[in-house]
Design a protein around this ligand. Structure first.
Ligand SMILES: *Cc1c(COP(=O)(O)O)cnc(C)c1O
Length: 383
């Protein structure tokens, strides 16, 4: 294997663009300096289009889970009722958090690999008017499903007073997201997925209705108190020392997104998804999700004729290509290809080509080039 060569094709952390890497290596500045204040005032408003909101986007220091936890503790007091939609490992994380914080937690779990059923949620909400918040995962990374958040938002508004709280960690910045228009009350994400940065920044935006609830919530909180971040942001500051270098990188990541154009970024992810799915179909490898439920940022394959982890370890050893495995219920059952953030259609071709070689090595009877051809055909139609 070529030393110091690696292809990271997992659904986060994702590869960092060289210009973002350079931006992060600038000399350190004080987080109370004028130059950092200016940086923050340039960067923060430019996150709004990605969220589809006019609200402030708060910048927290921590991994994505911190933003999930902030949403739970700011929105709800102990004993209040929450409905958690579990479609995989990350929905399950929300469930565990709600239970940990003493919420009266209801769960609707879907078969892993499928999106939630909007009608089922509608019926549930009609029968449980005391639910104060509904938690859902936009892209359920563990199963490669994109849940229909836009449909659910409407149903929640029509049938309940509950807040709608959405984890968009593995798709915000890569898929259409209209927080205000759809009616999401708290929307959170992290830096190391579609935003092309290392882990370390988490982001949260809150609707007017959400802020009202947050400000009246008496649950004790300190580092996670989102009102502090809101107050500081109006002074172009953060309440505690932020990950300064990551904010420098964020400015360049936003430059790249704006230069390409958000619409085009979203379209590119559609193409990456389509190329990946068509390639696996051509290779007769079973996809975990239906076309309708598939996420533009990650694809999961459930092979029946070889062990997913054998393919993963072979590709890692031979080529330095890292694919993700399954989590929890799906451990050992699937492999996942991340295609979000700093990912070009050519990266997909390279990944598919390497997988074809790997399949041959595992003794599978495939025709070399079958997968890449299918992916190329998608690409040609898109040009
Ligand atoms: C990655 C991810 C998170 C956050 O995980 P961290 O390891 O805390 O950054 C949360 N939700 C989803 C859907 C994710 O993909």
């Amino acid at each position: 294997m070529l030393p110091d060569y690696q292809l990271l094709r997992i659904p986060g952390p994702t590869p960092i663009p060289p210009s973002v890497q350079r931006a992060m290596s600038q000399p350190m500045v004080g987080h109370r300096s004028a130059s950092f204040q200016e940086l923050l005032s340039r960067v923060a408003p430019r996150l709004k289009p990605l969220f589809g909101t006019k609200q402030d986007v708060l910048i927290l220091t921590g991994s994505g889970t911190l933003a999930l936890e902030a949403a739970v503790v700011n929105a709800l007091d102990e004993g209040e009722a929450a409905l958690v939609l579990v479609t995989g490992a990350f929905g399950d994380r929300f469930r565990k958090m709600c239970q940990t914080y003493g919420l009266d937690t209801y769960v609707i779990e879907s078969e892993w690999g499928r999106a939630f059923d909007v009608e089922e949620v509608e019926n549930f909400l009609r029968q449980h008017p005391h639910i104060k918040a509904v938690f859902a995962t936009y892209c359920e990374t563990s199963t490669a499903v994109l849940n229909p958040i836009w449909e659910l938002a409407k149903v929640i508004q029509q049938n309940s007073d509950a807040l709608f709280i959405v984890d968009a960690v593995s798709c915000l910045g890569a898929v259409e997201t209209k927080m205000d228009e759809w009616g999401i009350d708290i929307l959170v994400t992290g830096s190391q997925k579609a935003l092309m940065l290392p882990a370390g920044l988490a982001f949260a935006a809150i609707s007017e209705k959400g802020w009202h609830k947050v400000q009246h919530n008496r649950r004790p909180r300190f580092y996670l108190d989102l009102s502090r971040y809101q107050q500081s942001l109006s002074d172009h500051a953060t309440p505690f020392t932020p990950a300064v270098s990551l904010v420098m990188g964020l400015e360049q990541a936003l430059n790249l997104i704006e230069e390409e154009g958000l619409e085009q970024v979203i379209k590119r992810h559609q193409v990456l998804k389509e190329m990946t799915r068509q390639a696996f179909k051509a290779l007769s490898l079973p996809l975990l999700t239906s076309d309708k439920d598939a996420s533009p940022t990650v694809t999961a394959v459930r092979p029946s004729q070889f062990k997913a982890d054998d393919l993963r370890s072979l590709l890692r050893k031979k080529f330095g290509l890292t694919l993700a495995g399954g989590q929890q219920k799906l451990k050992g059952e699937i492999f996942r290809v991340g295609h979000m953030g700093y990912c070009s259609p050519l990266d997909v071709l390279q990944t598919i080509a390497a997988i074809e070689v790997g399949l041959k090595q595992l003794g599978m009877e495939i025709k070399l080039g079958q997968g890449t051809q299918a992916a190329e055909e998608v690409l040609i139609h898109d040009l």
